[in-house]
Design a protein around this ligand. Structure first.
Ligand SMILES: Cc1cc2nc3c(=O)[nH]c(=O)nc-3n(C[C@H](O)[C@H](O)[C@H](O)COP(=O)(O)O)c2cc1C
Length: 147
């Protein structure tokens, strides 16, 4: 049935040219739009930007996730969009976030491409589960930091 809960994980390469301010402005605008759009269709998730790569988790009813991902793939602010996983899941992991930004702050991510946990984060070397766990771990750290 098409309204079963699904989770999608992908990564892509940033194609926004210009300096760090231009990249930061692009990410802020992507997030603002995503939060409005995703809330409307019941999609939640998290976005990370690091060293020129985006990694994103989308979760929600199958048809809504497919529709959002279709639009995302048409966006020329990134390219080489690589789907890592798209599977049914029993529950959401990002219940409270229509689209959360995780990892370094947007400004730092745009400026320094901060390495997550000093581990040389490279989404191309991860599978969907590993990338999902990375984003979920970062989201949990941020929710605790806000306590
Ligand atoms: C890395 C990246 C992640 C994005 N994530 C989302 C998202 O979660 N939800 C969304 O609606 N749009 C997302 N977008 C933006 C879409 O590609 C597109 O610009 C937007 O959905 C268009 O919305 P509109 O049709 O309401 O103008 C993302 C774009 C990029 C480059």
């Amino acid at each position: 049935m098409s309204d079963e809960l699904y989770r999608l994980v992908y990564y892509s390469h940033n194609t926004v040219t210009g300096d760090a301010d231009a990249v930061e402005a692009a990410i802020i605008s992507i997030l603002a739009k995503s939060q409005v759009n995703n809330q409307r269709v019941g999609v939640t998730g998290a976005l990370m930007f690091n060293s020129g790569c985006f990694a994103q988790v989308l979760e929600g009813p199958r048809s809504a996730v497919e529709e959002v991902f279709e639009r995302i793939q048409q966006d020329d602010r990134h390219g080489d969009v690589s789907l890592l996983s798209f599977d049914p899941v029993p529950a959401r992991a990002f219940e409270n976030w229509s689209m959360g930004f995780v990892g370094a702050s947007i400004g730092d991510a745009a400026r320094y491409g901060v390495l997550v946990n000093g581990s040389g984060f490279d989404p191309a070397k991860m599978d969907g589960d590993a990338l999902f766990e990375t984003l979920r771990g970062l989201a949990m750290e941020e929710e605790h930091a806000a306590d």
